[in-house]
Design a protein around this ligand. Structure first.
Ligand SMILES: [Zn+2]
Ligand SMILES: [Zn+2]
Length: 133
């Protein structure tokens, strides 16, 4: 099975994962919005066996949201979001933006759209630029 690599921005943390994801969840819940500082979290879930740290696993800091199965793990050098283990320890949650190349995902879902901020709705109507306008 073909693998894909992921990195934090500074390169201290890297990992490898099988590039065959069932679902990509774009989650706009309040917790994901706060923890990413963005409109939504972009999370892929994979079996632990499909995942391997390459470097820098000891350079990661994690925060667990009390009472929720949501964590944030990040490189303590550059702050980039990196993968974390879900609450019951059965899956690795991979932030899609940490992956290096095209991700093979069977299905994409937007979830908690009810908590999506107004500024992040109707994105197809927002003017689009290849680089700075
Ligand atoms: Zn880093
Ligand atoms: Zn969420």
């Amino acid at each position: 099975m073909k693998k894909i690599k992921g990195f934090c921005l500074c390169g201290a943390v890297s990992f490898e994962v099988v590039n065959a994801f069932e679902k990509l969840f774009l989650c706009s819940c309040d917790q994901c919005r706060q923890i990413t500082g963005s409109a939504f979290a972009s999370n892929l879930f994979v079996a632990i066996e499909a995942f391997e740290w390459l470097e820098g696993a000891d350079n990661i800091i994690s925060y667990q949201v009390p009472g929720r199965d949501i964590s944030k793990s990040f490189c303590q050098t550059c702050g980039s979001g990196v993968p974390w283990v879900n609450g019951d320890g059965t899956k690795i949650v991979v932030p899609a933006g940490s992956l290096s190349a095209s991700v093979n995902v069977a299905e994409r879902l937007r979830i908690f759209a009810s908590e999506q901020p107004a500024w992040a709705s109707e994105l197809e109507l927002v003017s689009s630029h290849l680089r700075f306008p």
